[in-house]
Design a protein around this ligand. Structure first.
Ligand SMILES: [Zn+2]
Length: 338
């Protein structure tokens, strides 16, 4: 049997469904690929495109995509004119422009493949405009809608395409892949092994996030975000003057910023709860146990758990589009009222 998507790490579900359908040439006109940042959604769409166009598609004993033929090379380098990426949430005008080109036949291949990133951030108008194309697509068109959370798409869109989820990886696999792909990770493991461990934990199974964490251009932002999450976690527990300063600052944050920050605060607080219950427990945020203990300071377990619950509420408030100022204030007040 052909080896499918050989360069894709993990993701057995994607391999057994999507890759198999692509290999058999029996695929729908659209797929929704759902999964956290850095779990390979763009990679999967690109591998699918390469597989459809691969010159060695029908050759016995060759993996799919072969990765070496001219067509694969073009697609895998994002140079194919027939694979069109819309890099951020498409606007209604971009969808209209896409529809203009959609009915023209493909240039070099049998298919035109559109990869729409951040589909969950498309406006309702843009999604409705896209919907018509999903309902009656030209036969030579294949769509990939990429999103963190398919629930954020219109129900009418979701009902038009199978939803496949990209998987996070184990810490061990993330560590191995980091060392295999990134020279910076190799340097880090010699110079500061604790830092590398932090990156692995921070990534939460997302290889893309882990690679960002060792990329000198991107790691500074991630370090700042981690430091901020620790600061917020501490303030939610303590409710001191600093908590009020932070609350005031965070009321002007965007929802997207909170969506990124709050889950980290939650993971840090979970570590603080876990280490109070069992000093030998495995941690998810802190590489050093002392840092997890220091987070709660003199607060008792009940207080730390209340802080943890308050963050869980804030995360769900962000998801259901509650007003930012009130959800931030509730976050800092809730733990104090416990
Ligand atoms: Zn090929």
């Amino acid at each position: 049997m052909k080896e499918l998507f050989p360069t894709l790490i993990g993701n057995s579900g994607i391999k057994s469904i999507l890759a198999r359908e692509i290999a058999d040439g029996a695929f729908p006109h659209a797929y929704i690929l759902e999964g956290p940042y850095g779990t390979g959604k763009t990679t999967v769409a690109t591998l699918a495109a390469a597989s459809i166009f691969c010159h060695n598609r029908d050759k016995e004993g060759m993996p799919l995509p072969c990765g070496t033929c001219e067509s694969c090379q073009k697609v895998l380098r994002h140079m194919s004119v027939d694979v069109i990426y819309l890099e951020s949430a498409a606007t209604v005008d971009e969808i209209r422009a896409m529809k203009q080109t959609m009915y023209e036949s493909a240039n070099e291949n049998d298919y035109k493949i559109y990869v729409l990133k951040d589909a969950q951030n498309m406006t309702v108008n843009a999604q409705n405009s896209l919907l018509k194309s999903l309902e009656e697509p030209p036969p030579h068109v294949l769509f990939f809608l990429l999103c963190d959370d398919a629930e954020a798409l219109l129900e009418t869109i979701r009902s038009r395409a199978p939803i496949l989820r990209t998987e996070t990886l184990s810490d061990t696999v993330v560590r191995e892949e980091l060392l295999r792909r990134s020279p910076e990770a190799g340097t880090l493991i010699k110079r500061a092994p604790g830092r590398l461990e932090e990156v692995v934990l921070f990534s939460n199974g997302s290889l893309g996030l882990a690679l960002d964490g060792v990329d000198p251009k991107k790691s500074e932002r991630i370090l700042k975000l981690r430091a901020e999450a620790t600061d917020v976690a501490k303030a939610v527990i303590r409710g001191d003057l600093h908590a009020y300063e932070l609350a005031a600052k965070m009321t002007s944050y965007t929802r997207d910023a909170l969506k990124e920050l709050l889950p980290l605060v939650q993971t840090a607080l979970r570590d603080a709860v876990a280490i109070k219950r069992d000093p030998d427990t495995g941690l998810r945020f802190f590489a050093e146990r002392e840092d997890a203990s220091a987070l709660s300071g003199s607060a008792d377990l009940r207080r730390v758990m209340a802080a943890c619950d308050a963050v869980t509420v804030a995360i769900s408030d962000v998801k259901r589009n509650a007003a930012v100022p009130s959800l931030v204030l509730n976050l800092f007040l809730a733990a104090q009222q416990s």
